[in-house]
Write a protein that binds this ligand. Structure first.
Ligand SMILES: NC(=O)c1ccc[n+]([C@@H]2O[C@H](COP(=O)([O-])OP(=O)(O)OC[C@H]3O[C@@H](n4cnc5c(N)ncnc54)[C@H](O)[C@@H]3O)[C@@H](O)[C@H]2O)c1
Ligand SMILES: [Zn+2]
Ligand SMILES: [Zn+2]
Length: 389
């Protein structure tokens, strides 16, 4: 690598609400299928906030960052497709490509990339998803590079803030709509107007949904972006979001529902209720409707608001869910199932997910970026870091 330095700058998790840009060991090819990527764009994600707030068991010293794109600077001997100089977007899931789950397309649950035999699924810089460092750094090690790199066309630099969304939130929002069965003419309710909820709304609109409703607290920036792309903003701090959705849908409920908040769902006053959005979805989606839950829930939450939450359990209205004959899909998004098509929509000018970007910061400003995005400060809708700037 340039200059042969043996350390690089990276954003390191030190403890709850304590992250810093530090020098870490330079990523080097360790196995023949590896590549090293110089990071050009890397985002801060709502998933990083669960870790930032100390609500996961991620260990101090780990480099965060799972939404990455950049330029390949080195490849191992077994890498055949990807070449030095290629611009690539990296799915946040790390997958081997040849285990039973990968072969079936479930790259979100690779059985090899996570060395813990009790857990399937791996990611860069992520609690419980293997030992891999993240890409909020100058350089990133990418294992099984041919399988994990999505090569980008010649507008990669010009559209870098669009393509970096293909690493996670654009496919994840799209996946929520797939699990919810969104198709042309459907009505859709989405809980959460963060980046993931906004991408679910955008995906629903790309799929020609007839009516897209996005529920959040009175965040004028986030609900404003929902409105700007043609969705109906629903502010749950004024009245029940369920009543507002029923009113919008002739009392029947939406055809499809997307959960884009997760286990730290809270009321407008900030009190956490991990079951809140799930139960509101059951009530605001019609009989026989489908729900796609991409918001993260965890098997144990030692700092959760009550005993049930601490055991990773949720008081879910299963009786009403069952009575309504609803279905629900859950889990991490299999990014590779969608990333080529979403890349091509961007390349052909049919999608522009960068509309959510509010801040583009050098890596050195990442700690301040975390602080503002975590506080959901007005105007901080999505932070993109530019380590190469
Ligand atoms: N499944 C996956 O593959 C995947 C991938 C990326 C992110 N995620 C998860 O998706 C979730 C959202 O991510 P994000 O980046 O948009 O996060 P975010 O924290 O920026 O946004 C969450 C939004 O939910 C809102 N909210 C909180 N409680 C609410 C409630 N009761 N009703 C309605 N809205 C409520 C918040 O005000 C906020 O605007 C997180 O849990 C994240 O970890 C999952
Ligand atoms: Zn993410
Ligand atoms: Zn695998």
């Amino acid at each position: 690598m340039e200059g042969g330095a043996d350390t690089v700058k990276a954003l390191v998790y030190n403890g709850p609400r304590d992250v810093a840009v530090s020098e870490v060991a330079e990523p080097r090819i360790e196995r023949p299928a590896d590549a090293v990527v110089q990071i050009i764009r890397t985002n801060i994600c709502g998933s990083d906030l669960h870790m930032y707030e100390g609500r996961t068991d991620i260990e101090p010293g780990r480099v965060l960052g799972h939404e990455n794109m950049g330029r390949v600077v080195e490849v191992g001997q077994a890498v055949e497709q990807v070449k030095v100089g290629d611009m690539v977007c990296l799915p946040f899931n790390i997958a081997c490509g040849h285990c039973q789950n990968c072969e079936r397309g479930h790259t979100n649950y690779c059985m090899v990339a996570n060395p813990d035999p009790r857990v399937a699924g791996a990611a860069y810089g992520f609690a419980g998803m293997g030992p891999w460092n993240g890409g909020q750094a100058e350089y990133l090690l990418v294992p099984w590079a041919d399988f994990n790199c999505l090569r980008l066309p010649d507008d990669a630099v010009e559209k870098q803030n669009d393509y970096v969304m293909v690493a996670d939130i654009f496919p994840t929002g799209y996946h929520a709509t797939e699990m919810a069965g969104v198709g042309p003419g459907d009505s859709v309710v989405i809980y959460g107007a963060g980046p993931v909820g906004l991408m679910a709304a955008y995906s629903s609109i790309l799929k020609s949904a007839s009516k897209v409703m996005v529920v959040d607290h009175s965040h004028p920036d986030r609900l404003g972006l929902a409105e700007k792309i043609g969705a109906i903003p629903i502010d749950d701090s004024t009245s029940s979001p369920v009543d507002q959705v029923l009113e919008q849908t002739g009392g029947v409920g939406a055809d499809c529902g997307c959960e884009c908040v997760g286990y730290q769902a809270h009321d407008p006053q900030g009190r956490e209720h991990p079951n809140e959005t799930l139960n509101e979805l059951v009530r605001s989606v019609r009989f026989t409707g489908s729900i796609g839950t991409v918001g993260v829930y965890v098997p144990a939450d030692p700092r959760g608001p009550d005993e049930l939450a601490r055991q990773g359990e949720v008081a879910f209205d299963f009786g009403l869910f069952w009575t309504k004959g609803q279905r629900m899909g859950t889990g991490q998004c299999p990014v590779k199932a969608y990333n080529r098509h979403l890349r091509d929509l961007i390349h052909l000018g049919k999608a522009k997910p960068s509309f959510i970007v509010s801040h583009e910061l050098p890596l050195t400003d990442a700690p301040a970026g975390y602080q503002h995005f975590d506080a959901r400060d007005n105007g901080w809708t999505k932070v993109v870091l530019a380590p190469a700037a």
